[in-house]
Write a protein that binds this ligand. Sequence first.
Ligand SMILES: C[S@@+](CC[C@H](N)C(=O)[O-])C[C@H]1O[C@@H](n2cnc3c(N)ncnc32)[C@H](O)[C@@H]1O
Length: 222
Amino acid sequence: MLVHEGHTNARKFFTSANAGSYDSVVRLATFGQDFAWKRQILQATGRRNSVLELACGTGILSLILAQAGKSVAGLDLTFGYLAAAKNRVQLPLAQGTAETLPYRNESFDAVVSSYLAKYVDVQRVVDECWRILKPGGVAVFHDFAYPDGIMRSFWNTYFYILGFAGRLVTSWKVVFDQLDDVIRKSDWAIKTESALYKRGFQNVSCKYYSAGTAAIISAEKP
Ligand SMILES: C[S@@+](CC[C@H](N)C(=O)[O-])C[C@H]1O[C@@H](n2cnc3c(N)ncnc32)[C@H](O)[C@@H]1O
């Protein structure tokens, strides 16, 4: 069976050894932008109530959604991250891959994900989102982007420095060393948009944030 390169990266990057420090790392490494991006994801779900978070990780976004009154379920690949989510927020959690979802057809109003798209076969994920979404439901994908222009030089310098910082924190070394290359090579936004159109989603929208360093794509199932 062909193993998607993203799976290899995800299994290498996210482990029980770094689950405990993930929240601080994502907050510091994104200069607090992570919270702002997650608020945008919440906004993209609108008034829809039942939300599935794919790659819920330690549950940062799940908690934001739950505090906004949504009924939330979470799925993630990594046991250590799911254990952290369980400590943060009470919600149904499942271990598995976003490409094969253990949920019934038309069971959610919204499916969201943050930092998942570059690790998966996005067409398979989009097909699964279509299957489990109710008509009128929305799929929202958020991930890092490789910025253009002058910002690109800052971004490259930042990751160069992060590579040095990684030498001090063993559990994050491989991520700080390789994440920039994964983001540079990823065409997740183009692939996601095209997968959404191909599957029949409507009102596909792609917005860039924080000087082009992140993007959020949303689309509705008619
Ligand atoms: C950078 S963390 C993001 C966690 C969370 N979404 C957040 O924004 O804080 C990436 C997460 O994606 C999960 N992941 C990677 N590939 C996955 C897949 N194929 N299916 C489900 N989860 C996956 C990892 O286990 C990890 O928890």
